[in-house]
Design a protein around this ligand. Structure first.
Ligand SMILES: [Zn+2]
Length: 237
């Protein structure tokens, strides 16, 4: 096979030496020696910039996929919150987090922002709502498999809007199975809810067994940091 020994720089016309590599005992063309002219330097810089841009886009895409896999809705995939970093530190150290406040105070935004930080740090996070778990369990029951273990074993579980629906006895038992397993495994759970620490037990027991509701609450509130969101006033305790 014939290879020319030089190549003309398209920018300045200089003769550049070709580089060849041996591949299976044959010479393979491997580009030319770089030219030192301005045009060639600019072309190299632009290629590097394009490569970096591709890298950034790939990383961004990978991050979005990781958020999606964690259950963070597209609406919240860019969520940020002034208290997120501090809360994420607590959760990473194993503390439960109880985020309470009225509608529109940013509970879900905070929980999503905390989740994003933990996903970025490589933790397995499941962001969901209790009704979604119960719904998935109903479907799983038909298909002969339970989705519960995945939620029981995730390094961090976020239960968004707990108490929005008052659970039935069956649902309460499932919630207990979830919370109790995580408690035993020392895995932190983040809860967002409209209900205060004092009221959540009553709310969960509205249509179900009071003792089960109380057992759930006692596990969730053990080793737990609380964030009360009420408009502009935010506190972490
Ligand atoms: Zn040149």
């Amino acid at each position: 096979m014939f290879f020319p020994s030089t190549h003309e720089c398209p920018h300045c016309g200089a003769e550049l030496r070709l580089r060849t590599l041996e591949f299976k005992d044959r010479p393979v063309f491997a580009g030319c020696e770089p030219c030192s002219c301005d045009g060639a330097a600019k072309e190299r810089m632009e290629a590097e910039r394009a490569e970096a841009e591709r890298g950034r886009r790939d990383a961004e895409l990978a991050r979005r996929r990781a958020y999606e896999k964690a259950g963070i809705a597209p609406r919240f995939e860019a969520a940020s919150h002034a208290m997120a970093a501090e809360c994420a530190d607590c959760v990473r150290d194993g503390a439960n987090l109880y985020v309470c406040g009225g509608v529109g105070t940013g509970k879900t935004t905070l929980a999503a922002a905390v989740s994003r930080i933990l996903v970025d740090q490589g933790l397995s996070v499941r962001f969901t709502a209790m009704w979604k778990i119960l719904d998935a369990m109903k479907r799983g029951f038909d298909e002969g498999r339970s989705p519960l273990p995945a939620y029981q074993k995730a390094e961090v579980l976020v239960l968004d809007d707990l108490g929005k629906e008052s659970p039935t006895d069956f649902a309460l038992e499932r919630i207990f199975a979830l919370v109790d397993e995580r408690y035993g495994r020392l895995l932190p759970t983040v809860v967002t809810t409209q209900y205060s620490r004092q009221d959540i037990g009553r709310r969960l027991a509205k249509n179900g067994d009071k003792d089960t509701a109380q057992a759930i609450v006692s596990r969730l509130l053990q080793d737990c940091r609380t964030v009360e969101l009420c408009g502009g006033d935010r506190r972490l305790r």
